[in-house]
Design a protein around this ligand. Structure first.
Ligand code: KMH
Ligand code: ZN
Length: 303
């Protein structure tokens, strides 16, 4: 019998724009509501970004996080995970401000650099098509999502050391797993590691199940019993990849950060709907879902 599945929900992210879905939470109250509903639907971890309440753009200001984090903690028991990815093009300092101000139990750490391509999809996938803003698409053509070795060292020492925060290590490609192994070798991070395998971001590894199997195999070789793994996949790949992760004994992430859809041509009405859908799938496969307390214990969080 495999372990209960840890569901992470990422309610808003820093990529999709408010023009793309009326259901994307933007204002602090909306982010708090979406997070609490997702937790009630079965998410044990909530991965958080903030947005400018007026424009909806990704916003690093800690005071915005402080407008939804306390409410989420007061209204549910979910683990709060603060993004250090922020928004494309943000400086390292800005990306860290919210986490260093709030000292969360968990923060994301993107364990390598990549091109972060956002381009219109091929016509055959038009039911999953997004209405991206042309200027935003243009701005991503010449952009590197920068996570150098110096950045990684800085973040693990600052957040992991001083603040006792533990990480959702996001790996977008095979090499990123080796970057994490390097951090482990340096003695800068301690097990258990929570490794989020990310599929379907153009610039990272493609959403092909053979890639999932291979990344899982390599992660097993590198981290053995010292890690828990989870899967997220962008856009239309979200639910199939989450399902596959659960079938293989892993954990999974859903949320409007990663996909605005709940089915072909159908926008998700809420984050909780995505959590409820994957929970139904997971439970119908004979698995159970993890409570926040179980996630804390398995991931060695400070609580
Ligand atoms: N939007 C995801 C593909 C972060 O916040 O650190 C990446 C992400 C990055 O979650
Ligand atoms: Zn994120």
């Amino acid at each position: 019998m495999s372990k209960p599945v840890i569901i992470t929900c990422a309610p808003t992210g820093g990529i999709h724009t408010p023009t793309m879905s009326p259901h994307l939470p933007i204002r602090p109250e909306e982010i708090a509501d979406a997070s609490v509903e997702a937790a009630r639907a079965g998410a044990a971890i909530i991965h958080l970004h903030a947005r400018d309440p007026e424009t909806g753009k990704p916003d690093p200001r800690p005071e915005l996080f402080q407008r939804f984090m306390p409410r989420i903690s007061a209204e549910c028991d979910a683990v709060i995970n603060v993004s250090t990815g922020g928004g494309l093009g943000m400086s390292r300092e800005d990306r860290l401000r919210a986490a260093t101000t709030t000292s969360p139990e968990m923060a994301s750490l993107n364990v390598g650099s990549l091109n972060f391509g956002i381009f219109p999809m091929r016509r055959k996938y038009e039911r999953w098509q997004h209405d991206w803003e042309p200027e935003f698409l243009e701005s991503t053509r010449d952009l590197v999502f920068k996570n150098t070795f110096a950045d990684l060292e800085y973040v693990v020492k600052e957040l992991g050391g001083t603040h006792g925060t533990r990480f959702e290590f996001e790996a977008y490609d095979l090499g990123h797993l080796y970057n994490l192994a390097w951090l482990v070798d340096q003695g800068w991070v301690e097990p258990p590691f929570f490794v989020q395998l990310v599929f379907g971001v153009l610039g990272g590894v493609g959403a092909d199940l053979d890639n999932l199997m291979h990344m899982h195999t390599i992660a097993d070789k590198l981290f053995g019993d010292d890690y828990e793994w989870s899967v997220l996949a962008a856009g239309r790949h979200q639910m199939p990849f989450a399902t596959q992760a659960a079938m293989l004994g892993g954990n999974l992430r859903v949320g409007l950060e990663d996909s605005l859809f709940i089915g072909p041509g159908e926008l998700a009405a809420s984050n909780a709907d995505q959590v409820a859908k994957i929970r139904t799938i997971v439970e119908s496969l004979g698995h159970t879902i993890a409570t926040p307390a179980e996630a804390r214990q398995r991931l060695g969080l400070k609580g």
